[in-house]
Design a binder for this molecule. Structure first.
Ligand code: PHE
Length: 340
């Protein structure tokens, strides 16, 4: 019996050392220590051992059982650690690796790109940003901007009337009145937003976007307007772009101007885009009409200001050479993907 026990111990030792993973080790444990295992089987044989040898054999068996148990435990620890290490290594993710190329990555819409560029430039000049309602009262959209009811200047803009007193705003200028009726100078603000006019052709859409600008303070002149808008054009188009200001008419500015920039395509020589003139019209502007200041509660004897309205679509068409305004709204991916 002693021989049999020694044999089990050495076999167990070999089997434990040969186990290369915890699953194999568990099999070894079952084979030797399990309910139908070899140690258990020998224990059952203890009955046939002569009485005087029994205690010694029992002791020996017990020692071997404990020894096997210890070997199993220490091997188990080593294997479990190795397996954990291997698993962590296999699951290792490099979070700095670039992700696989996706066919469906979105891009920023060209109108948003241009709008953000315009806003960024004016933020750099110290302007704030404000937004206002697209459904507007006749009061803010027209009357406080010096366009009384039944005034012929209403025909300048084809208006969508909701009812007699409510319109879809035809420009972002009502925000001039909203801001001036709610705060005193100094005011420096730009207002991006959607505007609506009953107008529809290759360069007009019933919904389009403007960025309004307003500066009110002491001693602000037409010269300030020209300086600020020329600096704006140089940043938006090119350092060497030229600007010119033509007299124009808006009820809420006096004097009123329209700003042209030298053609971004032919640089002033004359081409199809600028229709041979060398110039492109980009915005309307002017010195805030003192009548408007006073109506909005700002003393025109103390303060003056300038205002401008930039058409976002118009700028984007010029900047990117887009021939038809509708291309901005069709969401054709072949078009949109060109603005990465
Ligand atoms: N609101 C005018 C328009 O939509 C543009 C403008 C804004 C002109 C501010 C002068 C001052 O045509």
């Amino acid at each position: 019996m002693k021989q049999a026990i020694d044999k089990i111990q050495s076999e167990a030792e070999i089997a434990i050392n040969a186990s290369s993973n915890t699953r194999e080790l568990t099999e070894v444990r079952v084979r030797f220590l399990g309910k139908n295992g070899e140690i258990t089987a020998i224990m059952k044989n203890l009955g046939s051992v002569p009485k005087e040898e029994k205690p010694a054999m029992g002791k020996m068996l017990n020692e071997v059982r404990v020894a096997i148990e210890q070997m199993l435990e220490s091997k188990e620890k080593t294997l479990a650690e190795a397996e954990k290490k291997a698993r962590l290594l296999a699951e290792d993710i490099d979070v700095t690796l670039p992700s696989p190329k996706s066919e469906h990555l979105g891009t920023v819409h060209p109108l948003t790109i241009v709008k953000n560029e315009i806003i960024d430039i004016f933020l750099g000049f110290g302007f704030n940003v404000a937004e206002g309602p697209e459904i507007e009262t006749d009061m803010f959209n027209f009357q406080l901007l010096n366009v009384p009811k039944d005034h012929p200047a209403r025909d300048m803009q084809d208006t969508f009337y909701v009812n007699d007193n409510i319109v879809l705003r035809t420009h972002t200028s009502p925000m001039q009145a909203r801001i001036m009726t709610s705060q005193q100078p100094p005011i420096r603000v730009v207002v991006p937003g959607k505007v609506y006019r009953s107008d529809d052709d290759a360069s007009h859409s019933p919904i389009f976007h403007q960025v309004e600008g307003l500066a009110v303070g002491k001693d602000i002149t037409l010269g300030d307007l020209q300086g600020v808008l020329t600096a704006f054009a140089e940043k938006l188009f090119a350092e060497d772009v030229k600007t010119r200001f033509r007299p124009s008419y808006f009820p809420f500015t006096e004097p009123s101007v329209e700003m042209d920039v030298s053609c971004t395509i032919c640089h002033g020589k004359g081409c199809r885009v600028c229709k041979g003139t060398g110039w492109l019209e980009v915005l309307g502007a002017g010195v805030v009409n003192p009548v408007v200041l006073d109506m909005c509660g700002i003393d025109s004897k103390v303060y003056s200001g300038f205002a401008f309205g930039i058409g976002v679509e118009r700028i984007a068409m010029l900047k990117y050479g887009v021939p038809n305004i509708k291309m901005f709204y069709e969401n054709d991916l072949r078009f949109l993907k060109q603005f990465k």
